[in-house]
Each structure stands twice: as C-alpha cells, then as structure tokens.
Design a protein around this ligand. Structure first.
Ligand code: SF4
Length: 668
C-alpha cells in the first residue's frame, strides 16, 4: 500500500522502514540483545509498511495484528523514524502495565542497539505516581499536624521521606512498599497544589524533570488512563496543552478496550471516601489535626463547617445505601433525577465559599496553596454531586456502585458519556495527527465494522493473517450433548464436562467463566476431583492477586486456573503450562450492567436489533480474546473446549465460529 505523501520530508520514513525490514534486517541480531531468535515474519513487515504509510500520509489506521505478528517492532520502527523527521514525539499508549514494561525495558532497548539512528524514549506516568518534594517537606516539618490529618500516617511518611533521598525517579513503583492510599495522597504530586516553575523545589522535582524528558523524547510510552485524561483536559479546556507533550502521532495498542476505557476515563466518579479524604485534610476532629487547626476565629468557624459537612456526607450516602438496599446488584442505573434528597451540595458550597474567603486572608504561600487545593476539590465535588443528582450531563449514563455486600458500603456515583464514538471522532480521529489503532482482536466475522462504529474510527483498515499454523497447533472440541446454558441441567452437568476436558491435557488449563456465581459453583463441583488428581486449582477471587495466580500457574505446569473477565484477556502464558482453554459460556455481557443497558436501549430506540448490533459482536470480540490465550508462539499446541452448545445450535453461533482461527473442530 502506497499513500500520497503530504510532507516530502516524511517520504524517507517509508524508505527507512522498508530498508529495516528488508533482506539482512538488523532483527537477525535481536537475540544478541535479549530479543527472540530471528524468524522471518511477513505479517510484521506488512504491518510496519502500513504504519509507515499511515504516518507519512497523516491518515488514521486500524490494524488487527494477531498474536505472534510482532506488532510492537512493527509500529515502533516507523514511529521512531517518523518522530525524528517530524521532530515531535509519538505517543504509544497501552492498556496493561505488562506491555508498557515490555516496550520500555525490552523492545526499545533492543531497537537502540539495532537501529543506526539515535533516538530517545521514556515512560510517562500520571502525576499521582510521583512524590512531591514540597509536600514531603511540609508533612515531615514543624507543621506536620496541619499537613498530615492522622497520627497513624507518620511511620509511613518517615519511610517515604527516607526513600526520597535515594530514589532515582520518585515514583510509587520504586518505593518498595505499598503505603496506605490516604498517606500517599498527602505527599504525591497533584495538579491542584503544584507551584510548577515557581516552586522552590522545581529544579529537583521528580515529576517536572520527568516531563522535561517527555517533551524531548521521540517515543513516549503511556497508558490509556493517562492518554485519555490528557484528551479530556484538551476537550474541556479547549487548549492544545494537557499533560502529555504536543505529539505528532498516536499508536494505541490493546485498542480492543478503547470504548470501555473511554467511557471510564471520560466520565466522572464521585466516591464517598474521596469526599471524606478532602474533609479530613481540612479538619480531622478525632485526631485534632488538619489544615484548619490554625488559631483564629475564621479557622474555628470553618472547623465547625467541616464537622457538619462530615455529618451531611454521612446522611447523604446513607440515603444512597438505603436506595441501593432495594436491589440485589451492587450497581444500579439511575433513570430519573433526585433519587435521594440532596442534603450535601448546599453544605459543600457553603464550605467552599467560606474556604475561599479564608484562603484570601492567608500569607504563607504553602499553606494558602494547600487550602486552595481543598477548596478546588470541594468545588469539584459540589458540582459533580449536583450534576449527578440533577442528571444534567447530556447523553450520559448514570449509575451507583457499592461494595458487593449487603451493607452496600463505599458507594460511588458515576456518570459517563453514552456515545464515546462521537467524542473520539471529534477530539482524536479528526485531529491533524494520525492515530494507529491495533490489537489482536478488533474484527468480527473478518470485518472491522462493529469496532469502527463503537469507537468512531475512520481511516485505513487492515486485518493481518495469523503467523500460526492453527490447523496443526490447536484443536477445538464442542460437546453436543451438554444442555443449553438456559436449561437448569446445564449447571448440574457442567462440572463433569470441565473434568472431562481437563483430563485430555492432565490439567494445564484456563477455565474461563462469565460470572463469579458460576465459577464458585464449579469450584464446589470439581474440588474433590482436583484434589484426587493432585492438580493445583487456582481460583480467582480467593485472595490471591491475578499476577500471583499467573506466576504460580506458570511454575506449576499442571495447575488449572478458574477465572472470570480479567483472565479472558491480557494474559500471556506461552508453553506447555497453558495447553487447554475451556470456555464455559459464550461471553455475552450482563444486560443489567448500566453502560451496556443504556447502549442497548439507544440502539433499540434507533429501531435496530440490539442483539445483532451490539450484544453479539461484543461477545464475539471477548470470545476471540478468550480463545486467543491458547496459542502464543509457533511452538505452542493445545485444545479449546467450548461448553456452550449455542455455538452450534443457534443461528448466531455461526458468527462466533466464523471469527475463530482455522483450527479443526470436533463436535462430539
Ligand atoms: S514543582 Fe510541584 S510537584 Fe514538584 S515539588 Fe514543587 S509542588 Fe511538588
């Protein structure tokens, strides 16, 4: 594919990229620097050419690159050449920290060895990851009882202060222990209380020094959360600024999560605990600490206001809990305004006004800034709670979430845009810079139509073929005797089918569920079997973290994982340890999920079939992610068992089958 070149300077990106992937490619040397042994990968070369053409023609590209293509090199190499010519950074954004680490710690260092051209790259993290030296000084100095709202935080602050003397980047990842969130929030960098270049610590500031690197880098690796937060800032302030440097192109990897991530990060989430944290920073009456313990009548008046704001917050969230107690689910979509009486925003806006008056009287710059920060937070909460209660944000979905228990604790109020496609189109895809979207699973039935519609993408489309020999590497089993999942006998018999297919590989399996309920029933039904066989069963939701489960799973070759949503994607276990993927049910989303419910409703209102337009293609993408866990390299082999007979009994089952890689299918 050759695209017209708008800027003749950029034409060289095409030449350099094809030279890099030509005969005698430097990739032959990659193994010497810790890379994979070289093998010719035509799909990688093809992808690199597509990315190069998209960049030089400034056209968006949506490219499905199945596992094994080697997509990170395929987009990094043209991006590096492009950035050097364009003299602007290219943002590479991913969903998972694993992929960011792979890019920064492995792929980019290898390319630095292999490419003749010099380039710079860095990892951009959100502000909240960096310790703020100024706040650390305040929380460890004489005014500690003002800047640290609880005595119990002191030991952790002492440890953080000691670490700050030796850390190389001042980020949470380097800290070596996990502090309480509220402690970290007292010393981390935040936009609302940063002096920026006027700060006396500016020269040694971890965050601002990192940002200087981002501005100079050719490749800035980041995550979808920071990328979308930056986009949101540019949307609301209508400025070209934001947190990330002015970039020349965006590579959005793991793009299958784009719609979900955009809804999450472009929306608003108000937590009960967030409001308490803000109030505690102002005045924690039980510890006699907080910013407002300073003497004076104004502070004393404000302390009383904070104390009553605590009470009003409690009353407000108690009514939210009471409202939620009528429902079994821990999340509930809100369809009309004023579901509870708004006793909170009046009190918060009074506090905000008084804080503003008080702030103006202050002369100590540090103290004034901290008061201003809480004042701004208070203003944000007032507006957000009011918007939520009145449902004022247009075209939005509103819902409440609580802990998954009968007490309905830790309530959050949420609202998100219903149609992220329109927003992404306006603020991302229609901008002057090119955007490349890539993932192993974007197509449904060999087409990108569903994905494009959901994300608002427009531009060049490409689906690459898989480099794997699925015909010989994988086999699919579909039992036809298993009852339909709608039949009560399904759950009674499912355990036996799981055991039957586990037998075929003596463990070494991921058993993927669509709900915790079914997962825990199947754990009960199969626990004795695993015990008897001496196969370790790792069950999600039993107190072991996902990363720990995967580590144990890789080490204990025969072990089996029972997992839900987060195991369907983003898990990479090459080799024998994962020789079997068992799909218990086709992964249709729960229609009562507030965002899903609202999307389905919108499609129905447009007179379309919500199942065919949304539920089915969305499930197919998740299904592809699930089965994609099995074959991760050319040496992998294994089986996939699909225990949901609807894939063969229902007409729509064809769409799932058509989206599968070409493996032999045994219906038995
Ligand atoms: S510049 Fe901002 S983040 Fe850095 S030390 Fe100063 S206040 Fe903290």
């Amino acid at each position: 594919m050759i695209m017209p070149v708008r800027d003749p300077e950029l034409a060289e990106v095409r030449v350099l990229t094809s030279a890099f992937f030509g005969s005698q490619t430097p990739l032959e040397e990659a193994e010497k620097y810790g890379g994979r042994p070289y093998e010719e990968r035509p799909q990688q070369k093809e992808m690199a050419q597509y990315v190069a053409e998209s960049l030089i023609a400034s056209e968006n590209l949506c490219i499905e690159a199945p596992t094994g293509v080697g997509k990170s090199f395929a987009y990094l190499i043209p991006s590096i050449y492009y950035s050097l010519k364009k003299k602007k950074p290219v943002i590479v954004t991913t969903e998972t920290i694993n992929l960011q680490e792979q890019l920064v710690n492995k792929d980019i260092p290898i390319l630095k060895e292999l490419m003749e051209t010099e380039f710079t790259a860095c990892l951009a993290k959100g502000r909240g990851n960096y310790v703020c030296r100024r706040k650390l000084e305040l929380t460890t100095g004489n005014g500690q009882s003002e800047y640290l709202p609880s005595n119990s935080m002191v030991p952790e602050i002492v440890r953080i202060a000691k670490w700050s003397e030796t850390t190389f980047d001042g980020t949470l990842a380097d800290l070596g222990f996990e502090p309480q969130l509220n402690t970290w929030l007292c010393v981390c960098c935040e936009a609302v209380n940063c002096f920026g270049p006027k700060c006396k610590k500016f020269r040694d500031c971890f965050y601002w020094n990192a940002r200087k690197q981002w501005d100079k880098a050719n490749i800035v690796v980041t995550n979808h959360a920071l990328f979308l937060a930056d986009l949101k800032m540019k949307m609301t302030d209508d400025i070209e600024g934001g947190v990330l440097p002015a970039y020349g192109a965006v590579i959005l990897d793991e793009a299958h999560q784009l719609e979900m991530n955009a809804a999450k990060h472009l929306g608003v989430r108000i937590s009960e605990s967030g409001i308490f944290t803000m109030l505690n920073k102002l005045y924690n009456s039980s510890h006699g600490r907080g910013l407002l313990i300073r003497p004076g009548t104004e502070a004393s008046e404000l302390r009383e206001l904070v104390t009553s704001a605590f009470e009003y917050t409690n009353t407000f969230f108690n009514s939210i809990r009471e409202y939620m107690s009528d429902f079994d689910d821990n999340q509930k979509r809100i369809l009309k305004p004023n579901i509870v009486e708004d006793v909170l925003t009046g009190q918060l806006s009074l506090l905000e006004r008084k804080l503003e008056e008080y702030m103006k009287l202050q002369e100590d710059a540090d103290y004034k800034l901290e008061i201003t920060a809480q004042l701004l937070r208070c203003r944000e909460y007032t507006q957000a709670v009011f918007e939520f209660i009145m449902m004022r944000a247009e075209e939005s979905v509103y819902w409440i979430e609580t802990n998954d228990n009968s007490l309905k604790q830790n309530a959050t109020l949420n609202y998100s845009p219903l149609d992220v496609a329109g927003i992404l189109k306006k603020y991302l895809f229609d901008k002057e810079f090119p955007v490349v979207l890539t993932s192993a699973t974007l197509s449904v039935g060999k087409k990108l139509d569903f994905y494009k519609k959901r994300t608002g993408f427009s531009g060049i489309e490409k689906i690459l073929s898989s480099p794997f020999d699925y015909l010989n590497q994988a086999k699919v089993y579909i039992p036809k005797s298993i009852p339909d999942p709608m039949d009560a006998r399904f759950e009674e018999q499912l355990g036996e089918y799981i055991k039957k297919y586990i037998e075929k590989t003596s463990g070494k399996a991921f058993v993927l569920f669509t709900s915790y309920g079914l997962l825990s029933k199947m754990k009960q039904a199969t626990a004795a079997y695993f015990e008897e066989k001496g196969i370790q069963l790792l069950v999600q939701g039993e107190g072991i973290s996902r990363s720990r489960m995967i580590k144990v799973f890789k080490e204990d070759i025969d072990s089996v994982i029972f997992g839900t949503t987060s195991f369907w994607m983003g898990v990479d276990v090459p080799g024998e340890a994962l020789s079997n993927v068992i799909i218990t049910k086709l992964p249709f989303s729960v229609p009562s999920d507030p965002l899903i419910e609202a999307r389905l409703e919108k499609i129905r209102k447009e007179g379309k079939n919500a199942f065919m337009e949304y539920s089915l293609p969305e499930a197919v993408l998740k299904f592809k992610q699930g089965i994609g866990r099995l074959i991760r390299s050319k040496k992998d082999t294994g089986i996939i068992a699909i225990l949901d007979r609807r894939i063969i009994s229902k007409q729509y089952g064809r769409t799932f089958l058509d989206s599968m890689p070409p493996c032999p299918i045994l219906i038995e």
